[in-house]
Design a protein around this ligand. Structure first.
Ligand code: KG4
Ligand code: ZN
Length: 315
């Protein structure tokens, strides 16, 4: 019906990354105005709301607590249920918000700032982890490499933009765990390989663009190969890509080509729903409500957030 995002990018930019205390204080400032704006845009009266969904984890404890306290209080005041949602489940189901949505079951590649995971999704609430990153997440590798190349925060989009002007292959970077035979990932070595290049000599702007292109190609090679393997192993033709790195154009192009060759298809969320947003959290809770029905809130105001929360603990 309506959705809005307040981005804290400008606030964190000066520090080159997220400052947790500033993030949670800003959450407190923004939550009520943003909620009022969305309700107005949706022409939705408070009495029409069935439930309030919020992100309960994983993430920064302070930011999670700000959202959870607000959502639980709002729901209690309205006498409706509050539904804690897993952040990654929100990402996973976000492609289902598109008009052209994939059918279950499918393989999901989740590539965000904190996670790189391949999952088999049988239905809402049934997620089997097939493999994940043993160290840095893909988005984290993008961000750290961007920093090494002197690019601003957030690094992922900046690095992708620089890569458009560069040529991959002039610099040689490793394709970590490409031949590992499993669906695990590792991206921290890639960042170290870039660091080695940066230390070896003074890089010109053209060098940096070529290095960025090679980095993007290396990450894509690994993500494409393992996603294809997961689809083949599970005999599934549909691949869903979710999370911030899923906004990367080159990765999309490579995945589309490779999956088409294999007789499959790739589904993405709308571009504006690739990075963090509230719509995917509301949608996820709505799917669960449709599946399980509305159960009364019997927690008497007690709630908790989970900064660490493995997705396969969901049911
Ligand atoms: O899912 P997300 O918005 O936040 C969470 O981590 O939950 O993902 C953010 C990550 C950041 O690491 C950011 O650099 C990366 O996604 N990212 C990109 C692009 N856009 C965002 N990485 C590569 N290419 C992009 N175009
Ligand atoms: Zn996210």
């Amino acid at each position: 019906m309506a959705h809005a995002v307040h981005t804290q990018v400008a606030m964190h930019e000066a520090y080159g990354g997220v400052v947790p205390e500033l993030a949670s204080r800003d959450h407190i400032r923004r939550l009520i105005p943003l909620t009022e704006r969305v309700l107005t845009e949706a022409k939705c009266a408070r009495a029409e709301i069935d439930a309030i969904a919020y992100t309960a984890g994983p993430g920064l404890a302070g930011a999670l607590l700000a959202g959870a306290s607000f959502a639980e209080s709002f729901a209690m005041a309205l006498g409706i249920p509050a539904l804690p949602v897993h952040h990654l489940e929100g990402h996973l189901l976000s492609p289902l918000l598109s008009a052209d949505a994939p059918a279950f079951p499918f393989i999901a590649l989740l590539v965000s700032g904190g996670h790189t995971q391949l999952m088999r999704v049988s239905r809402v609430g049934n997620y089997k982890l097939l493999g994940e990153s043993l160290d840095d997440a893909a988005g984290e590798a993008f961000d750290k490499t961007a920093k090494l190349l002197g690019l601003g925060y957030p690094g992922g989009p900046a690095l992708a933009k620089l890569a458009e002007r560069g040529v991959a292959g002039r610099f040689k970077l490793p394709r970590p765990m490409l031949a590992s035979g499993d669906l695990s990932f590792s991206f921290s070595g890639l960042k170290t390989a870039v660091l080695t290049q940066v230390r070896q000599r003074d890089l010109s702007d053209a060098d940096k663009a070529d290095l960025a292109a090679e980095f993007q190609e290396a990450v894509s090679d690994v993500l494409v190969a393992k996603s294809l393997t997961a689809c083949r192993q599970h005999q599934l033709a549909n691949l869903v890509v979710a999370g911030g790195v899923g906004a990367n154009r080159r990765l999309r192009q490579r995945l589309n080509e490779a999956m088409a060759k294999q007789g499959g298809r790739v589904f993405y969320p709308e571009m504006e729903l690739c990075t963090d947003n509230g719509a995917m959290i509301a949608f996820c809770a709505a799917q669960r409500l449709l599946q399980n029905g509305i159960t009364p809130n019997d927690r008497r105001g007690a709630f908790a957030v989970r900064p660490r929360w493995p997705l396969n603990e969901l049911s």
